[in-house]
Design a binder for this molecule. Structure first.
Ligand SMILES: *Cc1c(COP(=O)(O)O)cnc(C)c1O
Length: 400
């Protein structure tokens, strides 16, 4: 369907005796290394043919018309919001249960970051939680597909179109996920733009990197402009054309370019995505089966009908019932060689957000209650069955 070469992976070959199991890490094999070395020998380091090839493959994979790759998802979010050209004094709504970049991109564009609370089942924002905070200053919604599970985009899209608000999906966790209608996250049928991250802990990696997909030609042009200083050399876009040396700065942009080295790695990683998704699923199925029998923890829910490529595996833990703090549980697991992490500290509780915008603990009670109990366990395709069992046994031991 997407014309992508699929790489078959024998997961047992990658198995190494690991002493420490981190909460997440990349998969890099000889096939990736060979591709990067080939580009190194090619003479292109930045902005060569691999960048547009990667963009084309991402667009085809998710079934969107256009893709612009960036040096990070943070840069991509910054430019996606900028591309909308929202006047100062406007605001945007995102989830408070996210990485700070989802909200920072609003502040970077001098827009007020506002937050919606989460649904306690999916840990995602919903049309109704967004509706509670939307006011006439809100010009953009940035729903986050937490852990890879898509938000209910059809209801969010109807709310946005009713109120004439733009939508940018933060799909940093969600490459490879499908909406309940079976189509791929990133196709932008419910949004103006979708943003992906290729940081090493994410599902596929380019070292650092990100991308925006869109079906709007004008947003595509704008994103390309903003990625590289606001400068264009495109004959169709130039206002004057006195000769071959000529370029124009038409906007105030950045140097947010991604390199050929990163993009060739991204192409190889994309070929492995379906295999990564399958392995992540297997691990989650094993975790779910084991942890559903453990009284003091609650396994994550999968909303009916969706087909997520899970990026995170978050348990809700009853620390009070265990008689241990989260810090103690993390430390004990760490002693047993198991890395864990917390996704996420609610953004509205960060000091900068409280000092700049006056948010307070207590403003978003569902996200706060979720955060108090959240612990992410290791989840990445390179985990062996032995690693998975080590995590399960360690959690059982520590939880008691
Ligand atoms: C990782 C992440 C980002 C930022 O991605 P970078 O590529 O590291 O800039 C943005 N949003 C969410 C939800 C993320 O998890």
């Amino acid at each position: 369907m997407d014309g992508l070469k699929k790489t078959r992976i024998n997961f047992s070959i990658m198995a190494t005796e690991s002493k420490y199991i981190p909460y997440g890490t990349q998969w890099i094999d000889e096939n990736d290394i060979e591709a990067v070395v080939r580009v190194l020998r090619s003479g292109y380091l930045t902005q060569g043919p691999q960048v547009s090839a990667f963009e084309r493959k991402i667009a085809d994979y998710v079934d969107a018309q256009w893709c612009v790759a960036f040096s990070s998802a943070t840069a991509a979010l910054h430019c996606a919001v900028a591309a909308l050209g929202i006047a100062e004094g406007g605001a945007g709504v995102t989830s408070t249960n996210t990485f700070v970049a989802s909200a920072n991109c609003l502040a970077m564009n001098r827009l007020r970051p506002m937050f919606a609370d989460i649904d306690p089942v999916t840990f995602n924002v919903t049309a109704s939680s967004i509706k509670k905070v939307v006011d006439p200053t809100v010009k953009v919604l940035i729903p986050v597909h937490f852990a890879g599970q898509p938000c209910d985009m059809s209801t969010i899209a109807s709310l946005a179109s009713e109120k004439n608000i733009a939508v940018i999906e933060d799909a940093a966790h969600a490459i490879g996920s499908n909406y309940p209608d079976g189509s791929r996250v990133g196709n932008c049928k419910y949004s103006d733009m979708t943003v992906f991250s290729f940081h090493p802990v994410k599902t596929i990696t380019t070292g650092e990197g990100g991308a925006v997909t869109t079906n709007s030609r004008s947003l595509y042009n704008r994103l390309q402009l903003l990625r590289s200083h606001g400068i264009t050399k495109d004959r169709d876009l130039l206002r004057h054309n006195p000769g071959p040396w000529y370029y124009e700065q038409q906007a105030l942009g950045f140097n947010y370019r991604i390199t050929d080295l990163q993009c060739t790695l991204g192409i190889r990683q994309l070929e492995k995505l379906e295999a990564f998704k399958r392995r992540r699923r297997e691990i989650i199925a094993t975790y779910n089966e084991s942890f559903s029998a453990v009284e003091k923890v609650k396994i994550p829910n999968q909303s009916t009908g969706s087909d997520p490529c899970f990026h995170l595996y978050v348990l809700q833990m009853d620390f009070a019932a265990m008689g241990k703090s989260r810090a103690e549980v993390m430390e004990e697991l760490n002693q047993l060689g198991v890395g864990t992490q917390v996704h996420y500290i609610p953004v509205h509780s960060q000091p900068w957000y409280q000092e700049t915008y006056g948010y307070r603990w207590g403003d978003y009670p569902l996200a706060e209650a979720y955060y108090e109990r959240a612990l992410s366990l290791p989840l990445y395709p390179k985990m062996t069955d032995t690693d998975v069992n080590t995590v399960i046994q360690s959690v059982r031991e520590v939880v008691g």
